[in-house]
Design a binder for this molecule. Structure first.
Ligand code: URA
Length: 188
């Protein structure tokens, strides 16, 4: 598929496979630790991310940073990416053909990084990664083992900003993550 991560990055940075390329300021490829055990996958860049070319740097990102901090993690410990790498206009949901066009990049990111734990931020990411409709209220914090990965959906930080109940739920989910990470470290 891609010979190395650099080729993947350079290909994605020039991508014009879907209509989202037309209005973007920057491709938001993803960033973080290429040897991370945990990968967070969001939906797609917002306005601030589009400006800066970095994932989760707006208000939702600040909340994500806080939640990471609460379980003793920093951004440098994890890898953060999105289902689509270009901002959907007015932050609308990425459409199925846009998700499909971008899937190759996400799949390759996961294949190179080989995280042990994938946290899906929100319904769209969870649906794409698990390949089915996910009912977040019911399924957040529930871990599914797929091949070598443990996949856990949780609430999207942008949704948490609007609904404090989701913050509580996500905090519980991050505790699940912390416990699993502890177990991973013990197992090494
Ligand atoms: N929301 C997302 O899903 N991803 C980002 O990078 C920022 C906000």
């Amino acid at each position: 598929m891609y010979d190395d991560f650099k080729t993947l990055y350079e290909t994605a940075m020039q991508c014009k496979k879907c209509r989202l390329a037309e209005q973007r300021k920057h491709v938001v490829f993803g960033e973080g630790n290429l040897k991370a055990d945990i990968m967070f996958i969001g939906e797609g860049p917002g306005a601030r991310e589009d400006e800066l070319g970095r994932p989760f740097v707006g208000p939702a990102g600040q909340l994500l940073d806080k939640m990471l901090d609460e379980i003793g993690l920093k951004r440098a410990d994890v890898y953060i990416a999105n289902v689509v790498k270009c901002r959907p206009p007015n932050n609308r949901d990425p459409q199925p053909d846009e998700r499909a066009a971008c899937m190759d990049y996400l799949r390759a990111q996961v294949a190179f990084i080989k995280p042990k734990f994938i946290v899906c931020l929100g319904r769209i990411a969870a649906g794409v990664i698990l390949g089915r409709d996910v009912k977040m209220m019911k399924e957040h914090g529930m871990c599914t083992e797929v091949k070598n990965f443990t996949i856990m959906p949780t609430f999207h930080p942008a949704a948490m900003l609007h609904n404090p109940d989701y913050v509580e739920g996500a905090k519980q989910d991050f505790q699940v993550l912390k416990k699993r990470l502890g177990e991973l470290n013990i197992a090494r």
